[in-house]
Write a protein that binds this ligand. Sequence first.
Ligand SMILES: *[C@@H]1O[C@H](CO)[C@@H](O)[C@H](O)[C@H]1NC(C)=O
Ligand SMILES: *[C@@H]1O[C@H](CO)[C@@H](O)[C@H](O)[C@H]1NC(C)=O
Ligand SMILES: *[C@@H]1O[C@H](CO)[C@@H](O)[C@H](O)[C@H]1NC(C)=O
Length: 410
Amino acid sequence: MFCWTNIVVQIILVVIFCNFVRSDSYYSDEYEEEYNDVQDDARLNTFSLIKKYGYPCEIHRVYTEDNYLLEMHRIPGNSSAPVVFLQHGLLSSSAEWVLMTPGRGLAYLLADAGYDVWMGNARGNTYSRSHATIKPTSSLYWKFSWHEIGYYDLPAMIDYVIAETGVPKIQYIGFSQGTTVFWVLMSMRPEYNDKIIAMQALAPVAYLGNVKSPLIRFLGTFTNSLELAFKLLGTNEILPNGKLNEIAGQSLCIEEAVTQAICTNLLFLICGFNAEQLNTTMLPVVMGHTPAGASTRQLIHFGQLYKKGTFEQFDYGWLRNKRIYGTYKPPSYKLSAIRTPVFLHYADNDWLSTPTDVMKLAKQIPSAVGIHRVPMAKFNHLDFVFAINATELIYNRLINIMRFFMNESK
Ligand SMILES: *[C@@H]1O[C@H](CO)[C@@H](O)[C@H](O)[C@H]1NC(C)=O
Ligand SMILES: *[C@@H]1O[C@H](CO)[C@@H](O)[C@H](O)[C@H]1NC(C)=O
Ligand SMILES: *[C@@H]1O[C@H](CO)[C@@H](O)[C@H](O)[C@H]1NC(C)=O
């Protein structure tokens, strides 16, 4: 629990600053162009961002079996292009793959390499906030964890992509929670192994026993009382993309602003810190798009994994567990059911996906065929998507690995 007061203080500080700090006073003309670009990118949605940078983009929507409506973004390739599906991390969205602009964002690099690029959005985030009958203002809407994202959202999106493109199998890239939901799907519905050519796991998350992130450790310590507190406060959603992001993007995180340190801290409290690989000019853009919303249950489920050191379904308490699962304890995910070739990409200084936990995961996945360490000691969790040198340190290797499977996608 070492850091929770710190987090609360940070949040309060940010809110106070949001009310007092106004922009416009601290940038000079020579930065104006870059400033405008950054301001622009902070508020554009994924579709408009991609269009702005001269790439084609399509929006696709699909219903899940349990009637959530999801939005996908696609940078289409030519008719014979191999297909890749990208799934974002916790509190994030498809924007994650394009925020860093062409030449740096993974979605653009894949498009440049000839792929038909599809980006998913999990239920509850900025782009996937609809349901056939339930409104997001209702607490019923938020009764899901990443278990449901893996069990319902992923298969709906994968099936849609396969139907739309006519290919038998697709490549998969997940970051953080985007890997967790993949493990869930492949262990709960093993037939989906046959629809994936290969899986690239960036900062894979399943076991969390060794997490260094203060926020997750905090949640782990207080999971039970926290769920109760959220219930009493009526909080079903954490950190939606709303007012706070907008203000942060507009006035709070502009370079050289006094407040930038605070932005940096709030973001990095969750995911760790690597000043070397952070392009501070891009902070307003990152802050304008993340956090993008998630259910409180998603965080609590991660907290449970940290506390127990296992990879298992949501713990409702033994009575409800018995009713829902037929056992007093939640069942573990059967990682042994995974048959798709899996490549794990991890980093030494990752606060969430620690080397110890990644090795533990690798041993459980029968088809884990590659384990790659990012060759930089300070590389941290968010660096997998936002690092200045992500291309040189990870993406080039990843695209090389994917090239081996090129023939399977026809
Ligand atoms: C489609 O893209 C692939 C990969 O970039 C390329 O090798 C191929 O020549 C292209 N085909 C057509 C018909 O443009
Ligand atoms: C940081 O981002 C800005 C704005 O996109 C860009 O002009 C600059 O080259 C980036 N810096 C590095 C070191 O990549
Ligand atoms: C990192 O990126 C910068 C700016 O794009 C470049 O000058 C530098 O050579 C890169 N470093 C590595 C290790 O690739």
